[in-house]
Design a binder for this molecule. Sequence first.
Ligand SMILES: Cc1ncc(COP(=O)(O)O)c(C=O)c1O
Length: 236
Amino acid sequence: MRVAERFNLFVVEDAAQAIGATYTFSDGRTAQAGTMGHIGCTSFFPSKNLGCFGDGGALMTQDDALAALLQQMANHGQKVKYYHDTVGINSRLDTLQAAVLRVKLPHLNDFARRRQAVAAAYDAAFAAVPGVRIPVRAAESTHVFHQYTLLLDGVDRAAFQAELQSRGIPTMVYYPVPLHLQKAYARPDYPVGTFPVAEYLAQNVVSLPIHTEMEADEIQYIINTLHQILTQLPLA
Ligand SMILES: Cc1ncc(COP(=O)(O)O)c(C=O)c1O
């Protein structure tokens, strides 16, 4: 925000995976993810920490004028029905989705606590296990664990995933292709090797099951299975 102020920029904060998390500033103030920039945005896609029943999302701002403009843009540029002051888009949240979210919103912190409990169990189980690195936590932030992502170290990821899958444990890679290697953003001056850290992470991260309804025996089964296969897997 200091940089933005200096160069007269707007900050749009993507809180799609962070909604419910907090950040504590050096002066002791605490703020919710999505409320620190000029605009915060989030996704209510069903798999998100606060999900609706289909597609949905929201923008957050403390600025009334900006809020009015965003509302107008999301509704075909109209403030008054059939009078278009600007060119907008159709980005209204369905009433049905809003109804689902209205029921779920009061439970947001409880959803976060349940994910944090799963993450704490994984952390304790995997902190000292060779071949995997648990997620690093920033001291000034809480974490709501939209994903619980391990960094594999010398372990063949495809074999790791296949072994877990064969024992009924799905895993996912978020995300397999860094931006500069996506076709949409490919540039001749950004060949493979340009961003080695991003490329290394894309090749070596793997996310374990985490959600609000996980039972203790499911968590234990995942922990035991993972311990077992890590001792058997060939090195990458
Ligand atoms: C961090 C982040 N930003 C934005 C999005 C996009 O959300 P939506 O598909 O609802 O527009 C996602 C969803 O995957 C996300 O994880």
